[in-house]
Design a protein around this ligand. Sequence first.
Ligand SMILES: *Cc1c(COP(=O)(O)O)cnc(C)c1O
Length: 355
Amino acid sequence: MKKHNFNAGPSILPREVIEKTAEAVLDFNGSGLSVLEISHRAKDFQPVVDEAVALFKELLNIPEGYSVVFLGGGASLQFCMVPYNLLEKKAAYLNTGTWSKKAMKEAKGFGEVIEVASSADANFNYIPKDYVIPTDADYFHITSNNTIFGTEILKDIDSPRPVIADMSSDIFSRTIDVSKYGLIYGGAQKNLAPAGLAFAIVKNELLGKVSRYIPTMLNYQTHIDNGSMFNTPPVLPIYSALQTLRWLKGIGGVPEMEKRNIAKAELLYNEIDRNKLFVGTAAKEDRSRMNVCFVMNEEYKDLEPDFLKFATERGMVGIKGHRSVGGFRASIYNAMDISSVQALIDCMQEFEKLH
Ligand SMILES: *Cc1c(COP(=O)(O)O)cnc(C)c1O
């Protein structure tokens, strides 16, 4: 039976990326060696990093003055690296859920943290709109897509201070104007590559302004100056990332990806809104195109375990909701084909007929 992978992360990757990665594990570029057993400084591997950086720049239209680096430590290490490198006195954060809170917690170790707004009052089911970004903040931090609560900031924010965005779960899912950001970071394991890799797109002029000592490995400048090769980078995830970026370019780049993502999300949300059994948890105007959260309507609440079983038996994987929301979460990342979304919808409709 075909499995439809709705896992939130690590999550679905394009089949072709997995196959190309598997081939390189067995034989890297016909070298007779595995990608796992060559030096990252081998003349063969440098082009992998170079092409991955070049494709990042091309696919996201990254302007001059920004650097792309590959790092270890996941997005969670970025929660600390961002303030380490950029917070001198005060930073502003928009609190849209679990990941924002974790980012704020780390920043508090480096300076004053202003929470400009929060949607905690409604279990983070919306994106706050009315807030003021302090003009004396070193930066303004957002989580563009809230993987757990299924809300997303779909418009680039106009801010008087550099916007720092955690785009772990929506990078490359829609066109963005990178010039409106000071730094964009994320873990790779949602839309890009296997776990073990993080990326950062850094506006160079923001660096070098804080007065503290920054440990070498936590200093963005180190990784920029050394082309992500200061120490041994996560070689295999970078190799996979390159395959994903090539795949993305091949299908028509980010604008085409965005079109497909809009179509998938609309299809699924329309069914949630139509089907008498289900109800979406996120405010309609803030619905994520990547993580679709829904529960069963009050009168059918008892059927949640039954639906989970029903859908699992039909090949749906990973649709159980996060414990902080309950119900269901279908993560429909870039690599997911619309036919898998349709398969889930078929389950929802069949299940509706039974009740
Ligand atoms: C998954 C996720 C993280 C955590 O990523 P790690 O790489 O596991 O540290 C952070 N932020 C967002 C928005 C995420 O979806």
